[in-house]
Structure formats: structure tokens, C-alpha cells
Design a binder for this molecule. Sequence first.
Ligand code: NAP
Length: 314
Amino acid sequence: MKSIRIPAYGSADAMQIEDAPVPECGASDLLVRVVAAGINPIDWKIRSGAMAHGAERRFPLTLGWAAAGTVAAAGGDVSGFKSGDEVCFYAEFARGGCYAEYVAVDASQVALKPRTMSFAQAAALPMSGQAAWMALIETARIQPGMRVLIHGAAGALGSVAVQLAREVGVEVVGAARGAGLDLVAGLGARQVIDYHRERFETLARDMDVVLDTIGGATQEASWSTLRPGGLLVSTAIAPPPGRAEAAGVRGAFVFTPPEGRVLAELARRADAGRLQVFVGEEFALADAKHAHRLGEAGRSRAKMVLHVAAPASP
Ligand SMILES: NC(=O)c1ccc[n+]([C@@H]2O[C@H](COP(=O)([O-])OP(=O)(O)OC[C@H]3O[C@@H](n4cnc5c(N)ncnc54)[C@H](OP(=O)(O)O)[C@@H]3O)[C@@H](O)[C@H]2O)c1
């Protein structure tokens, strides 16, 4: 099968399209024929070695941790899925391998593809969608009437977060720029801040929750926007020890575990017309390195997707 592999951590130049064996389908796995693979910022962070610490990875390493496709085979212990099912998933980091024609993934991490979504959209949903859910629903436990500041509100994670928050009845303040400003307003944000022209920390006050998808100076400037006892939850970087307490608030870092149950809930909402995802640049599998260069340079429009194979004709 065709796959994008790297012989070692390194630059995008290290990414090669190579023939690789079709992965084994374990007892609790699904073997999926990949139609589209999602390209997430963590892909190039792992490829570069920036997240090598404490990770046992074997090389050559097939990249990619989110995809959509059709079930080619199901392990003996799997129930709820059958050959031919259209599915999507975010696969655990110890395995992954989604930039390939076939991938084996634990069935507990998989959900049926939303009927109303293309394979490209369904590949763009799993990782950032689950991260938004984990941050706002399961960590911050947002409630109606709360005020929530969302950084990167026009991004893949941020745009799902705005929609989840609106559905709970939260007052959303979203930070974005350019075309993202209208998108975030259109998703229901009460206030949209242009982070290139305005200082969000002077405009967003007494927030109950801040969703930090950026880190660095953005995280540091966010502490003062929280009400006493408020919560900053980051998907980018853990707050420095004691920093939240020093500001009289709380801080948390979210590392999203892949869970099919959460993805199934997001898919249900999508099919009910209550959740949208936005696909940006689309590439052929062989051009994956160009996508990584664009993403690393911060020049991608929205969630980038790799087209791996034509959908199987029913
Ligand atoms: N911890 C976890 O479990 C987890 C899971 C998924 C993702 N993540 C992380 O969460 C982050 C977002 O992921 P994503 O998939 O949503 O990426 P994305 O689609 O690239 O979105 C990032 C967004 O941030 C915006 N942005 C960049 N700098 C900004 C700033 N200073 N202030 C406000 N907005 C800014 C970008 O807008 P412009 O392009 O217009 O600048 C873009 O819309 C990444 O760091 C990713 O690694 C973590």
C-alpha cells in the first residue's frame, strides 16, 4: 500500500511516499481503507521531533492521526461495525498511520461517518472536534449564561468550540482575524475581537472560562481577563506551575484521548445540522509535505485534508 513515512524525526523534506505492508487487524481493531486523512498541527510537531520526549516510536514512521474511510475488516472482538461501513476517527498517538491507504485502529476510537459530511469534512472533524468537546464540555463543564473567551475561534478546534458553547447557551467572545471574523460572528459569537488589530485583554473582562488554543503570550495575557475563580483551559501548552493561583484563578491543560463515543455525539449533531466543520486546502497523498510546510508557516486557511483513495463504489 502507499503511505507517507519518515525514516527519522526531521523537516518536511523527510516525508516520502513509500510502499508499506497493509497493517494487521488486531482482535479489537478495524482495518480501514482510508479515503481522506486530516492534517493536524500535532502531525508536524511529531514529525519534527518536538514531541519525541517519552514517546516509543518505531521508524520508518507512517504519519497522520485522523482520517475517514470505509471498513475493510473487523477484528473478532469488534461489534457495532461491519465491512463497508463509512467511518471516521482520531487514532491514538502510539499507533496512528493515517497518511496511508489502510490503517488499523482500535474500534473504541471510531465512529460512523456523519451522513451529511463528505469524507474530507469527516477527516477534519475527529481530533479538533474531540479536543473542543474535552476542553469545554468535560473539563470546563460550561453552563448556560457563562462568558467564554475562545482564542483561535476561526480555527478547526476554535470553530467547533464556538458552536458547542453556543449550543449550551454560553456568551461567546471569539478572537480571530481577516475572513475568520465573519465566520466566528456567523457561528454565533456575541463579540468578535480582531487579534491582529485589538488587544483582547482590554476588551474581554470577567470571563468565566478562557479556551487557549495558542499558548505563549496569548495565554499569559489571558489570565487578567478571567473573573476571580475563573478557569483557563489550554489545548496548546500547560500553564506554568502556580501561575493560575497567582492570578486568583484556575488553570488546566487538556490532552484529548481518542474516544469514539465523543465522536459519535459530534457526528449526531452534525447530521442534525447543529455542527459544521470547515475544510481548507486539499492535497493528494503524495503532496503531504507541501501541506506540512503550509501549516508550519501558519498559512493554512482551515483544516487541511489529504485525499488518499477514491470512495469505494457501493
Ligand atoms: N491538547 C490537545 O489534545 C489538542 C488537540 C487538538 C489540537 N490541539 C492544539 O490546538 C491548537 C489549535 O489546533 P487547530 O487544529 O484548531 O489548528 P488550526 O485549525 O490551525 O487553528 C489555529 C487558529 O489559531 C489562529 N491563531 C493563530 N495565532 C493566533 C493568536 N495569536 N490569537 C488568536 N488566534 C490565533 C489561527 O488563525 P490565523 O490563521 O487567522 O492566524 C487559526 O485560525 C494547535 O496548537 C493544536 O496542536 C491540541
